[in-house]
Design a protein around this ligand. Structure first.
Ligand SMILES: Nc1ncnc2c1ncn2[C@@H]1O[C@H](COP(=O)(O)OP(=O)(O)OP(=O)(O)O)[C@@H](O)[C@H]1O
Ligand SMILES: O=C(O)c1ccc[n+]([C@@H]2O[C@H](COP(=O)([O-])O)[C@@H](O)[C@H]2O)c1
Length: 198
């Protein structure tokens, strides 16, 4: 069997929104990926200082958001490993799980900018090919990154952030059409984002 091409979309997903979904879908199409695996983080160490919602809530919202797409799936590797999440561990675990497949790690322009500050940054580029996608408000630039290891892709601009969605819920403003309908209902059912998370 020829190797499958697997996209990996890591994120805090607090909550998952249409910016994440459009980026993953566009990269899946452009790179002919067989599957895109969404990987909600355990504790995102670069987001200390703010309360991140419980991992199970972020996991379930990601499942709800991706359920209807036959080539999207969700992995619990980072949540089940526990503790702070480092992408090098995510990719090592997925490499063990899918030893014969090619991995493509998808990041927005803001995350790509920071990538050399990530743990074991050099090893990251041996474990996967990186795909940086455009994001409104950030410049997509790969000149600081190893040649041939990163591709840059323009995706439909979605000026949506999880921070913006949380702020809107706290202020009583709607998040309909910023996040999938099922996620709107899940946020309301669980009473998420009603208080300032810092
Ligand atoms: N609107 C968007 N367009 C393109 N990429 C995005 C967009 N929003 C997030 N991403 C990318 O998706 C990944 C996961 O993002 P994350 O879950 O941190 O969402 P976020 O909206 O940036 O959250 P927060 O506002 O809480 O920082 C990151 O690589 C990020 O760059
Ligand atoms: O490995 C690291 O050191 C590292 C530091 C910051 C972010 N990341 C990963 O980048 C992805 C997006 O992170 P975030 O914090 O923007 O949601 C997610 O998969 C994180 O685990 C990884």
């Amino acid at each position: 069997m020829s190797p499958r091409r697997l996209g990996v979309m890591g994120g805090t997903f607090d909550p998952v929104h249409h910016g994440h979904l459009v980026a993953a879908s566009e990269v899946q199409h452009r790179f002919g990926l067989d599957e895109v695996i969404f990987v909600p983080t355990g504790q995102p160490w670069q987001k200390v200082g703010r309360d991140v919602s419980q991992a199970e809530d972020r996991y379930l919202m990601t499942v709800i958001a991706t359920a209807s797409n036959p080539v999207f799936s969700v992995s619990r590797v980072d949540i089940d490993r526990g503790g702070q999440t480092y992408t090098v561990d995510t990719l090592r675990d997925l490499r063990t799980q899918y030893p014969d497949d090619e991995l493509f790690f998808i990041t927005g322009a803001d995350a790509l900018e920071q990538i050399l500050t990530w743990r074991d940054a050099d090893e990251l580029f041996t474990l996967a090919h990186f795909i940086g996608v455009t994001r409104p408000g950030y410049r997509l630039d790969g000149h600081h990154l190893p040649e041939g290891k990163v591709s840059l892709v323009e995706v439909t601009a979605m000026a949506i952030s999880s921070t913006g969605c949380r702020d809107r819920v706290r202020e009583g403003a709607p998040v309909w059409y910023l996040v999938p309908d099922g996620v709107v209902r899940y946020i309301s059912k669980r009473g998420l984002y009603l208080r300032d998370s810092g």
